[in-house]
Design a protein around this ligand. Sequence first.
Ligand code: ATP
Length: 237
Amino acid sequence: MTLLELSTVSVHYGRIQAVSDLSITVNEGEVVALIGANGAGKSTTMRAVSGIRPLSAGKITFAGEDISKLRADLRVVRGISQVPEGRGVFPGMTVAENLDMGAYARKDRRNLQPDLDRVYELFPRLRERRGQAGGTLSGGEQQMLAIGRALMAKPKLLLLDEPSMGLAPQFIAQIFRIITEINQQGTTVLLVEQNAQQALSRADRAYVLETGRITRSGPGPELLADDSIKEAYLGVA
Ligand code: ATP
């Protein structure tokens, strides 16, 4: 079943067109990756889905509902949760308080303990540091916290913007393993990555963005094996 569909979406910043006529689908249960160079429009596409940037044309449907004009906070209620680029951890709040903030839009806030337990099982490091201020965590730990916070909203669709950015190699592998685990537990994932190698090897399907347009799409492993993709995005000829 199609969970998310972008149909001929365009997004502008003033007169700059960042995304042009973009159509993508994400089916329930999939991990879908959006790859592309700096400035290709990946983050802008994510912002359009989460509702932070308005569309200048086109349509977005989620679980059969047209959400093109729906407010960002109401999209969270519908089941779309974003881990923004740069993470956006609240530095002065503890780990536990940051996680609690992730559940703000939920109506069933009385019983958060099972969800908190699930986050702490995925990220034992966060349990150890639950009383520590978010701003004092390492980059990798902050990425874990940002993902954990997004999961506290119990999303149907998790949007991850550059989850590997700025992380040491051992953290990158770990974050991608956890993304796979989150997906296997039933959450659909749309992720944006510059680390095409990791993204394509983990994704069911992927789209390649170039200057605001989709130029290629297909199963992740198929794109990973493609010579022109290797040359352009994996740094091998
Ligand atoms: P990166 O990996 O570098 O973040 P990206 O693929 O996510 O790249 P976007 O951040 O979506 O790309 O940017 C797409 C285009 O929109 C770029 O040309 C960028 O300069 C422009 N852009 C992004 N944000 C703004 C903004 N707030 N105001 C004006 N132009 C913007």
